[in-house]
Design a protein around this ligand. Structure first.
Ligand code: NAD
Length: 477
C-alpha cells in the first residue's frame, strides 16, 4: 500500500502530524493508501532546502534547465497509466479523463522546457549616445505552490514547470486529498535527476502548512489555486509581507443559449461542461441561461441527451462521471441537492443504481429559482445545474454577470453580433462561443475576473511573467 510523506532534498521525511487512510471514493471498501501529514517545521526545512538550491539552479543556462523539464515530461509519459490510475482511485475522476490530464501535464512540461532557449527580454534604444539598454527577466527565488485536488496532476505542473524554467526553486503543498498522487508525481519527477532541493514536496494540512507558507515562510513568490475563501486569506498573508502572489479561485460559470443555437451541438457541450469530473472543475457549467423561444425544445433535448451520461466507478469503461472526491465534498454537494429539492423544480434526476458504496451524486438539473437564490449564486462544485429562462440577450448577459465570480462562460449562437457582444460584455476571464465553459488549453493564458482571481494569469506565456521579474539594464560603452 502506498504511504506518502513529504520529500525534502530528494529524501522522504517521516511526517510528525496526523495520518489518514485514503479510501477510493468510487468504492469505499477499497483502501488506496495512507497519508502522514507534516507540520510547519517540515515546510520550514523545505523552504530552507529550496533556498540553498536556488543560486546553483538559477545559474544553469535555460537550455540546461529545459533539459531537466524534458526529462520530467518523458518520465511522466513512461508512468502515464500508473499516475492516472492512482489519481482516479484517490479522487474519483474517470480514468479516460485522468489520462487526458496526465497527457496535458506532459505537454506543459515540454512547452515550458522549450522556453529555456527563448528570449528573456528586449533591447530598448537609449536616448543617450553609446548606451546599450535592455530588459532581462530573472527568477524571484523560492516559489511556494499551493494546489487543489480537482486537477491533481495538471495544476501542480502548470505552476511547477514555468516556476522552474524561470530559475526558481519550489516548495509544493498539494491538497490533503491529492497527497498520494502528489507523492507519486514527485517520485516520477525524481527520475529526471533534478538537483537536490530544487523541488520539495510538503504533504500537509492547509490550516497549518498552507497558512505557514502564506503568512510566515521566507518565500519570494506564491501561487495558489483553490476556493475563493482560502485564496483571499492566502492573498492577505502574502500582501502583508509584500510577497508576490497569484490566486486562482472559484467560479459560478454560465452558458447562455440563444434562440438561434444549434441544439444538436449545444447540448453535448453543455452536458460535458456541467457533468464531466462530476462538476468539480473551476470552469464547470453551473448555470444555463436560455432565451424563451428555445426554452422548451432545449429542456426536451437536455433530458434526451442525459441518457448518455453514465454515473459509475471511475475505473470502469464508459463512465461519464464518477463520484465526487471525498466525504466533505459529498456532504457539501448533498446539502445543495437537498436545497434544490426543497426550493427548486427538479427537471431531471438520474436514479440508476450504481452497485458500489461510494460518494456518488446523481446528476441533477433544476429550474424555478430567482437570480439571487443561493443555487444561482454559490459555487456548488458538483453535478448540479440550474436552468433559467430569459426574455432576450440583454437579460441573459445581465444575469450572467450577476454573481461575484468571473471565471468562464459560453454563449451558444450563430448570431455574430451577439457572439461579439458576449465576448465584450461578459465580466469573465475565459469567454467562449459555441464551446463548453470548461476545456481550456495550456498554451493560452488562464484566469478569472472579479472574485475568481487575483487578476493575474497562469499558463501560456503569462506564467513566465508571474514567475520572474524584469530588470532594466543599461551599459555605457
Ligand atoms: P481549498 O481552498 O479548500 O484548498 C486549496 C488548497 O489550499 C489546498 O492545498 C488546501 O490544503 C490549502 N489551504 C486550505 N486552507 C488553507 C489556509 N488557511 N492557508 C493556506 N492554504 C490553505 O480548495 P479545494 O477544495 O482544494 O479546491 C476546490 C476549489 O478550487 C474550488 O473553489 C474551485 O473552483 C477552485 N479551483 C480553481 C481553479 C482556478 O484555476 N480558478 C482551478 C481548480 C480549482
Amino acid at each position: 500500500m502506498l504511504h506518502t510523506v513529504s520529500i525534502v532534498n530528494g529524501k522522504s521525511l517521516g511526517g510528525a502530524g496526523d495520518s489518514i487512510t485514503v479510501k477510493n471514493p468510487s468504492d469505499l471498501s477499497e483502501i488506496v493508501g495512507e497519508v502522514t501529514f507534516s507540520t510547519p517545521e517540515t515546510a520550514q526545512e523545505a523552504v530552507q532546502a529550496a533556498r540553498v538550491a536556488f543560486p546553483k539552479w538559477r545559474r544553469l543556462t535555460g537550455d540546461e534547465r529545459g533539459r531537466y523539464l524534458y526529462a520530467m515530461g518523458e518520465a511522466l509519459e513512461r508512468h502515464l497509466d500508473e499516475v492516472a490510475t492512482l489519481a482516479s482511485q484517490e479522487m474519483g475522476k474517470p480514468l479516460a479523463e485522468m489520462k487526458g490530464e496526465v497527457i496535458r501535464g506532459v505537454n506543459l512540461l515540454k512547452y515550458y522546457a522549450a522556453e529555456g532557449v527563448r528570449a528573456v527580454g528586449h533591447v530598448i534604444p537609449s536616448s543617450a549616445q553609446n548606451v546599450l539598454q535592455y530588459t532581462k527577466r530573472v527568477p524571484l527565488g523560492v516559489a511556494a505552490l499551493i494546489t487543489p485536488w480537482n486537477f491533481p496532476v495538471a495544476i501542480p505542473i502548470w505552476k511547477l514547470a514555468p516556476a522552474l524554467i524561470c530559475g526558481n526553486t519550489v516548495v509544493w503543498k498539494p491538497a490533503e486529498n491529492a497527497s498520494l498522487s502528489a507523492y507519486k508525481l514527485m517520485e516520477v519527477f525524481m527520475e529526471a535527476g533534478l538537483p537536490e532541493g530544487v523541488v520539495n514536496l510538503v504533504i500537509g494540512r492547509g490550516q497549518d502548512v498552507g497558512a505557514y507558507l502564506s503568512e510566515e515562510a521566507p518565500i519570494d513568490v506564491l501561487s495558489f489555486t483553490g476556493s475563493t475563501g482560502t485564496g483571499l486569506s492566502v492573498a492577505a498573508g502574502c500582501a502583508r509581507r509584500n510577497v508576490k502572489y497569484q490566486t486562482e479561485m472559484g467560479g459560478k460559470n454560465a452558458a447562455i443559449v440563444l434562440n438561434d443555437a444549434d441544439l444538436e451541438t449545444t447540448l453535448p457541450a453543455i452536458i460535458s461542461g456541467a457533468f464531466r469530473s462530476a462538476g468539480q472543475k473551476c470552469t464547470a457549467t453551473s448555470r444555463v441561461i436560455v432565451e424563451e423561444e428555445i426554452f422548451e425544445p432545449f429542456i426536451e433535448s437536455f433530458i434526451e441527451n442525459m441518457k448518455a451520461v453514465k454515473l459509475g466507478h471511475a475505473l470502469e469503461h464508459g463512465t461519464y462521471l464518477g463520484p465526487v472526491a471525498s466525504k466533505e465534498q459529498f456532504e457539501k454537494v448533498q446539502h445543495y441537492v437537498q436545497l434544490a429539492k426543497s426550493e427548486a423544480d427538479v427537471i431531471y434526476e438520474n436514479q440508476e443504481a450504481i452497485g458500489y458504496d461510494g460518494y456518488y451524486i446523481h446528476p441533477l438539473i433544476i429550474t424555478g429559482v430567482s437570480s439571487d437564490h443561493r443555487l444561482f449564486q454559490e459555487e456548488i462544485f458538483g453535478p448540479v445545474v440550474t436552468v433559467m429562462k430569459v426574455k432576450n440577450f440583454d437579460e441573459a448577459i445581465h444575469l450572467l454577470n450577476q454573481t461575484p465570480y468571473g471565471l468562464s462562460g459560453s454563449v451558444f449562437t450563430n448570431n455574430i453580433s451577439h457572439a461579439l457582444r458576449f465576448l465584450d460584455e461578459a465580466d469573465i476571464g475565459m469567454v467562449r462561443v459555441n464551446l463548453e465553459t470548461a476545456g481550456v488549453e495550456y498554451q493560452a493564458p488562464f484566469g478569472g475576473m472579479k472574485q475568481s482571481s487575483s487578476h493575474t494569469r497562469e499558463q501560456g506565456q503569462a506564467a513566465l511573467d508571474f514567475y520572474s521579474i524584469v530588470k532594466t539594464c543599461a551599459i555605457k560603452y
